[in-house]
Design a protein around this ligand. Structure first.
Ligand SMILES: [Zn+2]
Length: 401
Protein backbone atom coordinates (compact mmCIF):
# COMPACT_ATOMS: atom_id res chain seq x y z
CA UNK A 1 0.00 0.00 0.00
CA UNK A 2 1.28 3.49 -0.78
CA UNK A 3 1.99 5.46 2.39
CA UNK A 4 2.42 8.97 0.95
CA UNK A 5 0.72 11.99 2.46
CA UNK A 6 -3.07 12.24 1.96
CA UNK A 7 -5.05 15.49 1.48
CA UNK A 8 -5.78 15.68 5.23
CA UNK A 9 -2.04 15.88 5.92
CA UNK A 10 -1.72 18.81 3.52
CA UNK A 11 -4.62 20.59 5.28
CA UNK A 12 -2.87 20.18 8.64
CA UNK A 13 0.40 21.51 7.22
CA UNK A 14 -1.41 24.49 5.71
CA UNK A 15 -3.23 25.30 9.00
CA UNK A 16 0.08 25.08 10.83
CA UNK A 17 1.75 27.38 8.32
CA UNK A 18 -1.12 29.88 8.49
CA UNK A 19 -0.65 29.96 12.26
CA UNK A 20 3.11 30.42 11.85
CA UNK A 21 2.58 33.44 9.60
CA UNK A 22 -0.04 34.98 11.93
CA UNK A 23 2.15 34.52 14.97
CA UNK A 24 5.08 36.06 13.13
CA UNK A 25 3.08 39.13 12.12
CA UNK A 26 1.63 39.43 15.66
CA UNK A 27 5.17 39.59 17.04
CA UNK A 28 6.88 41.59 14.28
CA UNK A 29 4.34 43.78 12.46
CA UNK A 30 4.70 45.64 10.24
CA UNK A 31 6.61 43.19 8.10
CA UNK A 32 6.76 42.27 4.41
CA UNK A 33 6.14 38.92 2.74
CA UNK A 34 9.89 38.66 2.14
CA UNK A 35 10.59 39.28 5.86
CA UNK A 36 8.16 36.50 6.77
CA UNK A 37 9.78 34.11 4.32
CA UNK A 38 13.28 34.95 5.51
CA UNK A 39 12.44 34.59 9.18
CA UNK A 40 10.10 31.58 9.15
CA UNK A 41 11.99 29.52 6.59
CA UNK A 42 8.85 29.13 4.43
CA UNK A 43 9.45 29.74 0.75
CA UNK A 44 8.25 32.99 -0.84
CA UNK A 45 5.54 31.45 -3.03
CA UNK A 46 4.07 29.61 -0.01
CA UNK A 47 4.14 32.81 2.07
CA UNK A 48 2.33 34.73 -0.70
CA UNK A 49 -0.39 32.11 -0.91
CA UNK A 50 -0.78 31.95 2.91
CA UNK A 51 -0.91 35.74 3.17
CA UNK A 52 -3.59 35.93 0.44
CA UNK A 53 -5.65 33.43 2.40
CA UNK A 54 -5.23 35.38 5.67
CA UNK A 55 -6.16 38.67 3.98
CA UNK A 56 -9.34 36.97 2.68
CA UNK A 57 -10.23 35.98 6.24
CA UNK A 58 -9.52 39.52 7.46
CA UNK A 59 -6.77 38.32 9.77
CA UNK A 60 -4.09 40.34 7.94
CA UNK A 61 -4.22 43.54 5.97
CA UNK A 62 -1.78 45.41 3.79
CA UNK A 63 -0.52 48.75 4.88
CA UNK A 64 1.63 51.24 2.95
CA UNK A 65 4.86 50.62 1.12
CA UNK A 66 8.10 50.99 2.92
CA UNK A 67 11.37 52.25 1.49
CA UNK A 68 13.88 49.46 1.77
CA UNK A 69 17.56 50.08 1.90
CA UNK A 70 18.08 47.26 -0.58
CA UNK A 71 15.70 46.32 -3.38
CA UNK A 72 12.24 47.55 -4.32
CA UNK A 73 9.81 49.05 -1.80
CA UNK A 74 7.78 46.28 -0.15
CA UNK A 75 4.12 46.20 0.86
CA UNK A 76 3.95 45.83 4.62
CA UNK A 77 1.50 43.60 6.49
CA UNK A 78 -0.15 44.07 9.87
CA UNK A 79 -2.77 42.11 11.79
CA UNK A 80 -6.26 43.14 10.78
CA UNK A 81 -8.18 41.15 13.30
CA UNK A 82 -11.14 43.52 13.35
CA UNK A 83 -13.62 40.62 13.31
CA UNK A 84 -11.98 38.93 16.34
CA UNK A 85 -12.56 40.50 19.74
CA UNK A 86 -11.07 39.70 23.16
CA UNK A 87 -12.96 40.54 26.37
CA UNK A 88 -11.53 41.42 29.76
CA UNK A 89 -13.62 42.09 32.87
CA UNK A 90 -12.40 43.29 36.24
CA UNK A 91 -14.39 42.44 39.35
CA UNK A 92 -13.86 44.84 42.20
CA UNK A 93 -15.52 45.62 45.49
CA UNK A 94 -17.52 48.49 44.03
CA UNK A 95 -17.48 48.10 40.26
CA UNK A 96 -17.20 45.80 37.26
CA UNK A 97 -15.27 47.11 34.30
CA UNK A 98 -15.08 45.67 30.82
CA UNK A 99 -12.65 46.15 27.96
CA UNK A 100 -13.05 44.72 24.49
CA UNK A 101 -10.02 44.89 22.22
CA UNK A 102 -9.79 43.43 18.72
CA UNK A 103 -6.98 41.27 17.42
CA UNK A 104 -5.47 44.29 15.65
CA UNK A 105 -5.23 46.08 19.04
CA UNK A 106 -8.10 48.54 18.56
CA UNK A 107 -10.29 49.24 21.59
CA UNK A 108 -13.87 48.22 20.82
CA UNK A 109 -15.68 48.76 24.15
CA UNK A 110 -14.75 50.27 27.49
CA UNK A 111 -17.48 50.03 30.13
CA UNK A 112 -17.63 50.52 33.87
CA UNK A 113 -20.68 49.80 36.00
CA UNK A 114 -21.24 49.86 39.72
CA UNK A 115 -21.38 46.52 41.47
CA UNK A 116 -21.90 45.68 45.11
CA UNK A 117 -19.00 43.27 45.52
CA UNK A 118 -19.10 43.52 49.29
CA UNK A 119 -22.60 42.09 49.50
CA UNK A 120 -22.52 39.70 46.57
CA UNK A 121 -22.04 36.00 46.95
CA UNK A 122 -19.74 34.44 44.39
CA UNK A 123 -22.68 32.94 42.51
CA UNK A 124 -24.49 36.31 42.33
CA UNK A 125 -21.24 37.85 41.14
CA UNK A 126 -20.86 35.17 38.46
CA UNK A 127 -24.38 35.99 37.23
CA UNK A 128 -23.57 39.72 37.08
CA UNK A 129 -20.23 39.16 35.30
CA UNK A 130 -21.85 36.79 32.79
CA UNK A 131 -24.66 39.31 32.15
CA UNK A 132 -22.10 42.01 31.37
CA UNK A 133 -20.12 39.67 29.11
CA UNK A 134 -23.32 38.66 27.28
CA UNK A 135 -24.27 42.29 26.72
CA UNK A 136 -20.85 42.95 25.21
CA UNK A 137 -21.03 39.77 23.13
CA UNK A 138 -24.44 40.74 21.76
CA UNK A 139 -23.17 44.18 20.78
CA UNK A 140 -20.08 42.67 19.14
CA UNK A 141 -21.93 39.97 17.23
CA UNK A 142 -24.34 42.60 15.84
CA UNK A 143 -21.21 44.14 14.28
CA UNK A 144 -20.51 40.78 12.67
CA UNK A 145 -17.53 40.13 14.92
CA UNK A 146 -16.75 37.18 17.13
CA UNK A 147 -15.52 36.82 20.74
CA UNK A 148 -12.27 34.86 20.96
CA UNK A 149 -11.92 34.72 24.75
CA UNK A 150 -12.80 36.23 28.12
CA UNK A 151 -10.42 36.77 31.02
CA UNK A 152 -11.84 37.93 34.35
CA UNK A 153 -9.63 39.61 36.96
CA UNK A 154 -10.45 39.32 40.66
CA UNK A 155 -8.76 40.88 43.69
CA UNK A 156 -7.56 37.67 45.28
CA UNK A 157 -5.47 34.55 45.05
CA UNK A 158 -6.32 32.53 41.94
CA UNK A 159 -5.02 29.01 41.47
CA UNK A 160 -3.62 27.87 38.12
CA UNK A 161 -6.96 26.08 37.58
CA UNK A 162 -8.84 29.38 37.84
CA UNK A 163 -10.27 28.78 41.31
CA UNK A 164 -10.40 31.85 43.55
CA UNK A 165 -8.67 30.42 46.63
CA UNK A 166 -9.18 33.55 48.67
CA UNK A 167 -10.45 37.05 47.92
CA UNK A 168 -10.59 38.65 51.39
CA UNK A 169 -12.23 41.93 50.36
CA UNK A 170 -15.02 40.07 48.54
CA UNK A 171 -15.22 37.47 51.34
CA UNK A 172 -14.83 34.63 48.83
CA UNK A 173 -12.84 31.52 49.45
CA UNK A 174 -12.41 28.43 47.35
CA UNK A 175 -14.76 29.61 44.60
CA UNK A 176 -14.65 27.90 41.21
CA UNK A 177 -15.39 31.15 39.39
CA UNK A 178 -14.21 29.77 36.04
CA UNK A 179 -16.72 26.90 36.25
CA UNK A 180 -19.51 29.20 37.46
CA UNK A 181 -18.88 31.64 34.60
CA UNK A 182 -18.68 28.93 31.98
CA UNK A 183 -22.02 27.56 33.02
CA UNK A 184 -23.62 31.04 33.41
CA UNK A 185 -22.46 31.77 29.85
CA UNK A 186 -23.85 28.46 28.56
CA UNK A 187 -20.45 26.82 27.97
CA UNK A 188 -19.29 29.20 25.26
CA UNK A 189 -16.98 28.11 22.42
CA UNK A 190 -14.30 30.61 23.51
CA UNK A 191 -11.97 30.11 26.49
CA UNK A 192 -12.93 31.65 29.85
CA UNK A 193 -10.08 32.35 32.26
CA UNK A 194 -9.87 33.84 35.76
CA UNK A 195 -6.73 35.67 36.85
CA UNK A 196 -5.51 37.85 39.70
CA UNK A 197 -6.33 41.54 39.03
CA UNK A 198 -2.81 42.80 39.77
CA UNK A 199 -1.36 40.34 37.25
CA UNK A 200 -3.72 41.66 34.58
CA UNK A 201 -2.86 45.26 35.52
CA UNK A 202 0.82 44.48 34.98
CA UNK A 203 0.08 43.00 31.53
CA UNK A 204 -1.99 46.07 30.58
CA UNK A 205 0.73 48.50 31.66
CA UNK A 206 3.26 46.58 29.58
CA UNK A 207 1.02 46.36 26.48
CA UNK A 208 -0.83 49.67 26.54
CA UNK A 209 0.46 51.78 29.41
CA UNK A 210 3.43 53.56 30.94
CA UNK A 211 5.43 50.33 31.19
CA UNK A 212 5.66 49.80 27.42
CA UNK A 213 9.26 48.77 26.80
CA UNK A 214 9.75 47.64 30.42
CA UNK A 215 9.60 43.82 30.43
CA UNK A 216 10.71 43.79 34.10
CA UNK A 217 8.02 45.61 36.02
CA UNK A 218 5.76 45.54 39.04
CA UNK A 219 2.25 46.99 39.13
CA UNK A 220 0.51 47.93 42.41
CA UNK A 221 -3.28 47.76 42.26
CA UNK A 222 -4.30 50.47 44.74
CA UNK A 223 -7.91 49.29 44.99
CA UNK A 224 -9.51 48.34 48.32
CA UNK A 225 -6.75 45.75 48.58
CA UNK A 226 -3.12 46.13 47.64
CA UNK A 227 -1.40 43.53 45.50
CA UNK A 228 1.44 43.50 43.00
CA UNK A 229 1.48 42.03 39.52
CA UNK A 230 5.00 41.20 38.39
CA UNK A 231 6.43 40.65 34.92
CA UNK A 232 10.00 39.47 34.50
CA UNK A 233 11.29 39.26 30.95
CA UNK A 234 7.74 40.13 29.83
CA UNK A 235 6.29 37.03 31.54
CA UNK A 236 3.99 36.92 34.52
CA UNK A 237 5.43 35.70 37.78
CA UNK A 238 2.61 33.69 39.34
CA UNK A 239 4.53 31.43 41.72
CA UNK A 240 3.82 27.77 42.32
CA UNK A 241 0.20 28.20 43.40
CA UNK A 242 -0.60 31.63 41.98
CA UNK A 243 0.20 33.42 45.25
CA UNK A 244 3.19 35.54 44.16
CA UNK A 245 3.06 39.32 44.46
CA UNK A 246 1.17 39.69 47.76
CA UNK A 247 3.21 42.74 48.66
CA UNK A 248 0.23 44.14 50.63
CA UNK A 249 0.97 41.64 53.38
CA UNK A 250 4.61 42.25 54.08
CA UNK A 251 5.15 43.87 57.47
CA UNK A 252 6.36 47.45 57.20
CA UNK A 253 5.36 48.76 60.68
CA UNK A 254 6.07 46.26 63.49
CA UNK A 255 2.97 45.97 65.73
CA UNK A 256 1.24 48.47 63.45
CA UNK A 257 -2.48 48.66 62.67
CA UNK A 258 -4.48 45.47 62.28
CA UNK A 259 -4.74 44.27 58.68
CA UNK A 260 -7.74 42.60 57.04
CA UNK A 261 -5.63 39.43 56.89
CA UNK A 262 -5.44 39.28 60.71
CA UNK A 263 -1.78 40.30 61.01
CA UNK A 264 -0.43 43.66 62.10
CA UNK A 265 1.50 46.37 60.32
CA UNK A 266 1.06 45.00 56.79
CA UNK A 267 1.74 47.41 53.91
CA UNK A 268 -1.99 47.26 53.03
CA UNK A 269 -2.92 48.26 56.62
CA UNK A 270 -0.79 51.41 56.49
CA UNK A 271 -0.70 52.34 52.79
CA UNK A 272 -3.70 50.61 51.17
CA UNK A 273 -6.45 52.94 49.93
CA UNK A 274 -8.78 52.14 52.83
CA UNK A 275 -5.95 52.82 55.29
CA UNK A 276 -5.26 56.16 53.60
CA UNK A 277 -8.93 57.19 53.81
CA UNK A 278 -9.25 56.10 57.46
CA UNK A 279 -6.00 57.80 58.42
CA UNK A 280 -6.94 61.14 56.88
CA UNK A 281 -10.64 61.02 57.66
CA UNK A 282 -10.90 59.09 60.96
CA UNK A 283 -14.53 60.22 61.38
CA UNK A 284 -15.58 58.24 58.31
CA UNK A 285 -18.25 55.96 59.63
CA UNK A 286 -18.62 53.87 56.49
CA UNK A 287 -17.01 50.75 57.95
CA UNK A 288 -16.72 48.90 54.67
CA UNK A 289 -15.80 51.93 52.52
CA UNK A 290 -18.13 51.03 49.69
CA UNK A 291 -17.17 53.69 47.21
CA UNK A 292 -13.64 54.98 47.52
CA UNK A 293 -13.71 57.39 44.53
CA UNK A 294 -15.29 60.37 46.31
CA UNK A 295 -13.18 59.83 49.43
CA UNK A 296 -9.95 59.75 47.44
CA UNK A 297 -11.00 62.78 45.37
CA UNK A 298 -11.63 64.73 48.59
CA UNK A 299 -8.17 63.82 49.94
CA UNK A 300 -6.57 64.97 46.67
CA UNK A 301 -8.58 68.21 46.82
CA UNK A 302 -7.39 68.92 50.37
CA UNK A 303 -3.78 68.15 49.46
CA UNK A 304 -3.99 70.43 46.43
CA UNK A 305 -5.38 73.20 48.63
CA UNK A 306 -2.26 72.88 50.79
CA UNK A 307 -3.84 71.17 53.84
CA UNK A 308 -0.69 70.50 55.87
CA UNK A 309 -2.10 67.57 57.83
CA UNK A 310 -3.14 65.78 54.64
CA UNK A 311 0.14 66.48 52.85
CA UNK A 312 2.17 65.25 55.85
CA UNK A 313 0.06 62.08 56.09
CA UNK A 314 0.46 61.33 52.37
CA UNK A 315 4.20 61.96 52.67
CA UNK A 316 4.45 59.43 55.50
CA UNK A 317 2.25 56.91 53.64
CA UNK A 318 4.47 57.34 50.56
CA UNK A 319 7.42 56.39 52.77
CA UNK A 320 5.65 53.16 53.79
CA UNK A 321 4.96 52.42 50.11
CA UNK A 322 8.64 52.99 49.38
CA UNK A 323 9.58 50.47 52.08
CA UNK A 324 7.25 47.91 50.56
CA UNK A 325 8.34 48.36 46.96
CA UNK A 326 12.02 48.31 48.04
CA UNK A 327 11.46 44.64 48.87
CA UNK A 328 10.28 44.05 45.30
CA UNK A 329 13.23 46.04 43.95
CA UNK A 330 15.81 44.14 46.02
CA UNK A 331 14.41 40.75 45.07
CA UNK A 332 13.34 41.31 41.46
CA UNK A 333 15.21 44.38 40.16
CA UNK A 334 12.37 45.77 38.01
CA UNK A 335 13.02 48.91 35.95
CA UNK A 336 9.55 50.31 36.63
CA UNK A 337 7.05 50.08 39.51
CA UNK A 338 3.65 51.40 38.46
CA UNK A 339 1.11 52.74 40.95
CA UNK A 340 -2.43 52.11 39.75
CA UNK A 341 -6.06 52.50 40.84
CA UNK A 342 -6.71 54.98 43.65
CA UNK A 343 -3.02 55.80 43.96
CA UNK A 344 -3.22 57.71 40.68
CA UNK A 345 -4.95 60.89 41.96
CA UNK A 346 -2.75 60.86 45.10
CA UNK A 347 0.54 60.07 43.37
CA UNK A 348 1.77 63.65 43.31
CA UNK A 349 2.05 63.58 47.14
CA UNK A 350 3.01 59.93 47.57
CA UNK A 351 5.77 59.58 44.99
CA UNK A 352 8.56 61.82 46.32
CA UNK A 353 8.81 60.10 49.72
CA UNK A 354 8.22 56.67 48.15
CA UNK A 355 11.04 57.16 45.65
CA UNK A 356 13.36 58.48 48.40
CA UNK A 357 12.65 55.50 50.66
CA UNK A 358 13.14 53.14 47.73
CA UNK A 359 16.57 54.63 46.95
CA UNK A 360 17.56 54.32 50.62
CA UNK A 361 16.65 50.66 50.95
CA UNK A 362 17.85 49.04 47.74
CA UNK A 363 21.38 47.66 47.75
CA UNK A 364 22.05 48.35 44.08
CA UNK A 365 23.04 51.94 43.30
CA UNK A 366 20.19 54.18 42.17
CA UNK A 367 17.63 51.60 43.36
CA UNK A 368 18.91 49.23 40.67
CA UNK A 369 17.39 51.59 38.10
CA UNK A 370 13.89 51.10 39.55
CA UNK A 371 11.66 54.10 39.02
CA UNK A 372 8.12 54.68 40.30
CA UNK A 373 5.54 55.72 37.72
CA UNK A 374 1.83 56.49 37.70
CA UNK A 375 -0.67 54.46 35.69
CA UNK A 376 -2.53 56.20 32.91
CA UNK A 377 -5.00 53.33 32.66
CA UNK A 378 -6.27 53.80 36.24
CA UNK A 379 -9.37 51.72 36.87
CA UNK A 380 -9.45 50.14 33.41
CA UNK A 381 -6.03 48.46 33.76
CA UNK A 382 -7.13 45.00 34.88
CA UNK A 383 -9.94 44.77 32.31
CA UNK A 384 -7.59 45.84 29.49
CA UNK A 385 -5.01 43.38 30.78
CA UNK A 386 -7.68 40.65 30.66
CA UNK A 387 -8.32 41.36 26.98
CA UNK A 388 -4.56 41.56 26.33
CA UNK A 389 -4.01 38.18 27.97
CA UNK A 390 -6.63 36.66 25.65
CA UNK A 391 -4.83 38.20 22.65
CA UNK A 392 -1.46 36.90 23.89
CA UNK A 393 -2.86 33.40 24.23
CA UNK A 394 -4.69 33.33 20.89
CA UNK A 395 -4.39 29.95 19.30
CA UNK A 396 -3.75 31.05 15.72
CA UNK A 397 -4.10 27.50 14.53
CA UNK A 398 -7.77 27.55 15.67
CA UNK A 399 -8.36 31.03 14.31
CA UNK A 400 -7.08 30.15 10.87
CA UNK A 401 -9.29 27.10 10.25
ZN1 LIG B 1 -2.17 41.77 55.87
Amino acid sequence: MPTGPNPADFAVVRATNLAVVLRHVHANAPCSRADIAAETGLNKATVSSLVADLIDRRLLRETGLTERRIGRPATMLVLDGEPYVALGIEVNTDYLSLSAIDLGGARVLSWRRSFDGLDSTASRAATAIAALARRAAARISRQDRRIIGLTVGVPGLVTPAGVVANAPNLAWSDVDLTGALRSALGNPAYPVTVENDANLGAIAEYRYGVAAGHPDLAYLTGELGLGAGILIGGRLVRGSSGAAGEIGHVEVVPDGPLCGCGRRGCLEAVAGTAAIVRRIDPDNTDEALRDLDPEVAEIARRARAGDKVVVAALNEIGGHLGKGVAILANVLNPSLIVLGGHYVPLAEWLLPSAQAELAKRVLAPDAGGARLAVSELAHSAAASGGAASVLDAVDYAKLSV
